[in-house]
Design a protein around this ligand. Structure first.
Ligand code: IPE
Ligand code: IPE
Ligand code: MG
Ligand code: MG
Length: 301
């Protein structure tokens, strides 16, 4: 199940290449190099972050009732919920075993384990909020940002922070990378929330509009609510209580919600790019991380 989720095998155990984007480990290794480290020294941490991410997705699909991931049935849709919980648990343990590749330097290992555990805990808190929000009539944009900072920002922050730590950065410098990662993660989730509604399922490999059906407080939903008066709120609520995705999308079109989301996502991207500038990296590392930031917002998958 773990090999299937990671995209190494198909459901019959044959070789496959249906992997994710592996953004977090790429960012981790880029950060390692950016502080003057040798990228190979960041590999245990990069693998650990990707495995925590994999664990989170296996459980997330159960929690979100989403049956498709990476263009294939999600683990729970293929093996059932109970086994998918086991697969997620195993991936989380594998993350720690991967990080143990740093054990030769006990001090470094302890520092990295603390980063990873704190970020994982915060990510789970974000998932708790995400599910709790399903039951609320609405949330504010700030509440969306709090939840997303935890569920997605924490692990992006950890990826960049661990890269910096394994590359030899001191605590202050590593925290600058953590802050950049958090800003990146939030911009990334803004884009993800848009793709979940207006994206092409044949590109994302995930179900379209399931956020609306699940009453998720994704960025488009939260922004739409902040843009309308009482009559508009009543219209949005009636479309939602009827479960009419088409009518909700028509209301979003009339309000220009997609454009507003795009502007908001661009503001988040700009904030991340400013933070990157303030890190004053060498030309190569700055350009590579800058390209990664731009990809986060321009991607369509
Ligand atoms: C999906 O993350 C979950 C979010 C935090 C939005 P990714 O889009 O990085 O997932 P994969 O690993 O590439 O599938
Ligand atoms: C992803 O949240 C965040 C985590 C898994 C921690 P979503 O539920 O929005 O991500 P997708 O769209 O299913 O990948
Ligand atoms: Mg999900
Ligand atoms: Mg989710």
């Amino acid at each position: 199940m773990a090999r299937y989720h990671l995209g190494w095998e198909d459901e019959h155990g044959n070789p496959s290449s249906a992997t994710g984007k592996r953004l977090r480990p790429a960012l981790c290794l880029l950060a390692c190099e950016a502080v003057g480290g040798e990228w190979r020294s960041g590999l245990p941490a990069a693998a650990a972050v990707e495995l925590v991410h994999a664990f989170s997705l296996v459980h997330d699909d159960i929690q979100d009732r989403d049956e498709e991931r990476h263009h294939r049935p999600a683990v729970w849709a293929r093996w059932g919920e109970a086994q998918a919980i086991n697969a997620g648990d195993a991936l989380l343990v594998l993350a720690h075993l991967a990080l143990a590749g740093l054990k030769d330097d006990a001090g470094l290992y302890a520092r990295c384990a603390a980063y990873l555990d704190e970020a994982t805990l915060e990510m789970v808190e974000g998932q708790v909020l995400d599910l709790e929000y399903e039951g609320r009539p609405q949330v504010t944009v700030d509440e969306w940002a709090e939840m997303v900072g935890k569920k997605t920002g924490a692990l992006f922050g950890c990826a960049l922070g661990l890269g910096a730590v394994t590359g030899g950065a001191d605590e202050d410098r590593a925290h600058e990378f953590v802050r950049l990662g958090r800003a990146l993660g939030t911009a990334f989730q803004a884009r993800d929330d848009m793709l979940a509604i207006w994206g092409d399922g044949s590109r994302t490999g995930k179900p379209v509009a399931s956020d609306l059906i699940r009453r998720k407080k994704s960025l488009p939903v939260v922004l739409a609510w902040s843009m309308v008066n009482e009559a508009g709120k009543a219209q949005l609520e009636s479309a939602r209580s009827e479960g009419s995705v088409d009518r909700t999308l028509m209301l979003f079109d009339g309000l220009g919600v997609e454009e507003e989301c795009q502007r908001e996502a661009e503001r988040m991207q700009d904030r991340a790019l400013e933070m990157l500038d303030r890190l004053e990296l060498g030309a190569d590392s700055g350009a590579e991380l800058g390209a990664a930031v731009r990809f986060l917002l321009e991607r369509d998958y």
